[in-house]
Design a binder for this molecule. Structure first.
Ligand code: SF4
Length: 316
């Protein structure tokens, strides 16, 4: 058994970028949009204060501001990416910050439709929480998925209740699992996001994510290493109790990711292995100022060097 049995092109892992390129016949560019939604963990309906690590601005590209219309953000996003990368002709509107299914259906329809009416936009990616996806929204997205690519990306962050409580997520693991199963069953592409390095989690505990994730009907996943954003509750907690955190050096993170990948189902695509926050938001750059492309290059090189691949230890 080797990775050539999979349609992964030059990769030793199931690359989301590669899969999407194969699906659409060309490279797609994701354009982040801040559509002005809120979050039930900030407005008091589920919790207040938000997750202890959250500063939405730190994860948003500069062109993405809710004060501009969705159309204008898409125009600026296309312009932004075309000076950095080869120009793409097809785009995914990525509703990124806050909870992008958290509004009455009529409001959601209006905002999604504005994005889909922009020339070249072939689909939606909606970042959200597991506890804010109403059945009527799912029905609508399921119908939309017949004509467009539609993906819902859930922030699960951890597979441990204790961790979710500690980071003030204000939803449970079970809610995450239910939302994934329900969304997938409706024919909608289903993604999830996890963080490695949350307080109280050891490397052994993080390895257990692989079996847990592999058992879910997920199309894609994103992984981030925990980063301490300036001014957050998480940063304060780290300063007070650094021993509660398993901190990765770049080398130990790559080592962890390689062995983790071997245990992860080869059927799930991976969109990201690590996060990248603009340097002004973090005090301690223990990985230097390395860009994500370089982290990815090193992971791919290490997979090659070790002659291993995603799912090597689980594939029959
Ligand atoms: S759910 Fe998302 S937007 Fe809301 S507080 Fe947590 S990280 Fe921030």
């Amino acid at each position: 058994m080797d990775p050539e049995i999979y349609n992964w092109g030059p990769h030793r892992y199931n690359s989301y970028t590669w899969k999407m390129k194969a699906l659409f016949g060309e490279r797609l560019q994701k354009l982040a949009i801040d559509a002005g939604f809120s979050c039930p963990n900030r407005d008091g309906s589920r919790g207040s204060g938000g997750c202890t690590y959250c500063v939405n601005e730190a994860f948003n590209p500069s062109y993405c501001e809710s004060t501009s219309s969705i159309t204008e953000q898409i125009r600026l996003g296309i312009e932004f990416h075309s000076v950095r990368y080869r120009r793409a002709n097809k785009f995914l509107a990525y509703f990124q910050p806050y909870s992008n299914t958290y509004a009455p259906l009529e409001v959601l329809k209006e905002r999604y439709s504005e994005a889909l009416s922009y020339p070249g936009v072939v689909g939606l990616v909606l970042g959200t929480r597991p506890d804010c996806l109403e059945d009527e929204t799912l029905d609508y997205l399921s119908a939309l998925a017949r004509d467009y690519f539609v993906q819902v990306e859930f922030g699960l962050e951890s597979i441990y209740e204790r961790s979710l409580e500690r980071i003030n997520r204000c939803h449970t693991v079970e809610e995450g699992v239910d939302a994934i199963k329900k969304t997938h069953a409706m024919g909608i592409s289903t993604g999830a996001h996890f963080i490695f390095g949350l307080p109280g989690e050891t490397s052994e505990m993080m390895h257990k994510y692989a079996d847990f994730i592999s058992a879910l009907p997920l199309d894609s996943v994103k992984f981030h290493q925990l980063q301490f954003i300036k001014g957050t509750v998480m940063e304060k907690e780290f300063i007070e109790k650094p021993g509660d955190f398993h901190q990765f050096t770049l080398e130990s993170y790559i080592d962890f990711i390689i062995s983790f990948l071997e245990e992860l189902s080869p059927l799930i695509s991976i969109e990201r292995f690590a996060g990248e926050v603009p340097p002004r938001y973090i005090k301690d750059h223990n990985w230097g100022l390395l860009r994500y492309d370089e982290v990815l290059r090193r992971i791919e090189k290490e997979l090659e060097k070790r002659g291993t691949w995603q799912g090597k230890k689980v594939a029959k």
